[in-house]
Design a protein around this ligand. Sequence first.
Ligand code: ARG
Length: 460
Amino acid sequence: DTSKLWGGRFSEATDSFVQRFTASVNFDQRMAAEDIAGSLAHAEMLCKVGVLSAEELREIQDGLARVSQEIEDGSFQWSIELEDVHMNIEARLTELIGITGKKLHTGRSRNDQVATDIRLYLRRAIDLIGAELTRLQAGTIELAAANTDTIMPGFTHLQTAQPVTFGHHLLAWNEMLQRDYGRLMDCRARMNQSPLGAAALAGTTYPIDRAQTARALAFDKPTENSLDSVSDRDFAIEFCAFASLLMTHLSRMSEELVIWTSAQFNFIELPDRFCTGSSIMPQKKNPDVPELVRGKVGRVNGHLVSLLTLMKSQPLAYNKDNQEDKEPLFDTIDTVLDSLRAFADMVPAIRPRKEQMREAARSGFSTATDLADYLVGLGLPFRDAHEVVGKAVAHGVEHDLDLAEMSLDTLQGFCTDIGEDVFEVLTLEGSVSARDHLGGTAPAQVAAAAKRATALLAER
Ligand code: ARG
């Protein structure tokens, strides 16, 4: 049959495979609420400028309310023949209210309609994601504030480097997340413009009021250029770039959680509810949640590349290619929301094993730099001090002794000027509290940093 919403110029029906191939309703129906909101704003504007009568507007409003109700209660019949969410809703509206339903599309095209719907949908998703990100940051900062003087080894190359505090490490996570939040808000600010009124590509001959529809839909303003309005998807790419970076950060946190829960490290305990067992090995408690989040970075990075590739070389203005923007975007949103939710629930439940952390810092020569700095204080050039300490560490490795466990005699064998006061700098507490400047790991600095981080969250 040729009784499509665009059937006028067609003389044969769409091939049934082509119909299925070109339809998007199976995945774009999740924008139904946004589609209806956009239609209401458009209809109200058409009435105000005199294109629709007040009576017609009322019919459309009532009809769309019924459609919305049907979608909510699950009785709405979605149809592949009607291609996408936009035409499904319009066709049902027309079924319900008759000829007035057909007037809704005056001065509008699916091209500006879909561009509006995606922006509205993504904006809502951004707000949900922002809230979950904030919840995760709050939990991270709170755990940090409770561990400003919990000593653990800091690593470079995953080799013990210098002692740090667990709170300091957690606040490093928070810095990554803080930048992610900034990127998310930048993306929101840039995308929050209304493409409605661009129509198919060139604008419309009706006396539309784009500022009114923009206001009604809580956009900051209408977009500038009609061609760009219907073809731009860089807001979606920008969001996916944010998502890739966020997921990359979550994967780094995940990796550390996986390492820390291993028997070999044993730095933290993850509550059972975030772990699963093995069907064969009774002793196992696997950190599934962080592992899965680490794994989900793959699909999110893939979606970013999908969208970049989708957009590459597309001529202006709208092309059907853009229908392919939705599944990657939606899956990115779902994945980010789920991952953030898992992390926001899990991080505050992390229990540090303080003794194990401390022991790992103690046994790994983590205060070797402090000894070198001490020797510099005695007048040695740093490079010579480095050499002296290197020899002391080699001695420790050979005799299974930490620097703090060596006798003064032994230490003086490497440098005669070393005095009894050396043991103050060789202690873990001495080492961390000596790094007492902005951004350093001294407990007082970490406590102050946690306060500042909390204050930043309160500004949101
Ligand atoms: N389903 C389409 C999409 O997602 C809606 C816009 C279609 N416009 C068109 N002229 N075919 O992009």
